[in-house]
Design a protein around this ligand. Sequence first.
Ligand SMILES: [Zn+2]
Length: 403
Amino acid sequence: MKLKANYILTINKEFEIIQNAEVIFDKKIIAVGKNLPKCDKEIDLGKNSVIMPALINTHSHLEFSFNKTLLDYGDFIVWLNSVIENREELFISCKGDCYKKALEEMKKSGVCAFGEISSTGDDLRYLKHSPLKVVYFNEIIGTNPGAVDMLYQDFLARVEESKKLTNEKFKIGISIHSPYSVHPILMDKVINIAKNENLPIQTHFMESKAERRWLDEGEGEFKLFFEKHFKNAKPLITPLEFLEKFKGTNTTFIHCVYANDKELEKISQMNGKIAHCPISNRLLNVGLLDLERVKNYKIDYSVATDGLSSNYSLNLFKEIRAALLMHTTLHPKYLAKDLIKAVTINAAKSLNLNNGSIEVGKDADLIAFKLPSSIKDVEFLPLQIILHTNEVNKLFINGEEII
Ligand SMILES: [Zn+2]
């Protein structure tokens, strides 16, 4: 199969954009460039058309997809309390149709793969036939030392269940909820599984000022929160001890808004990744990740939607447009380029996927769409794409046309 477009964004190392170019693929990319050999099936996408790697949403919680207007925004702890209060109802209410809609929204916005954090395993039956690639992160949460064995057994059972579904579109990973919500014994046990089976890991890290204060001083809003819910009024680990545990793994640290220089340096040294969820951070009013600082530490970041528990949409183009508008100190032209990388090649590395760029041998996970009119300077292409794209005309996953 051959597709032809005005612009192909390869997202290779040089961020090469090829004009009036073609890509030939079956399940994998076979060739990309100009004047390629003839194919049986050829489509010319026409004026102002763009082909680029399909998008990858590294971090989501589809379990919460039923939420529209139920939760309280504006403060992290107030939000967390509202999640705890409504969790049961939201989980029970999200059934087949709810998952279908969530997948549909991602699909229309050109997402070919997503990382799903699963706390219960109930979402498995809805995601096993997902048209999109799933990296399914079974999550561990719990600090009560008396419950460690029970929680671990439950976790293992969920891992085994999900492992049975592993195929070319369904992979598994493991998730440790956060440094403040998981007992260190449990952390070690599940990280060992990831090490032995070479699975990607995700963990929320330094999302709020409250978390920073709690882990540094054992004080603040989290102290009141823990006393209310768990009668556990002492942090069990320091942030650096926590990070040390992930050495030798492929871990993505979610949020990191309040990560300090020492922590970012450590993440960088262990080749850790960061997932940036700007709309979620805004709605919970926790602040904005300093992308310049993250870049200075040479840490690859992806951009993700998080769940509908802290977002109004799972559309990844909307998410990077929000990022573009929020990071007011960065030049839009260069930021746009980084944001495109964040939802393609960086995201692929975070999830251990063989996609995210249009290069020979990569999975043929591609999107195509049209710009509303022609552009004068190709340097502005990433920016114009982010400004003008909400949905795609074509989505291919492993070379199969999904849209
Ligand atoms: Zn999250």
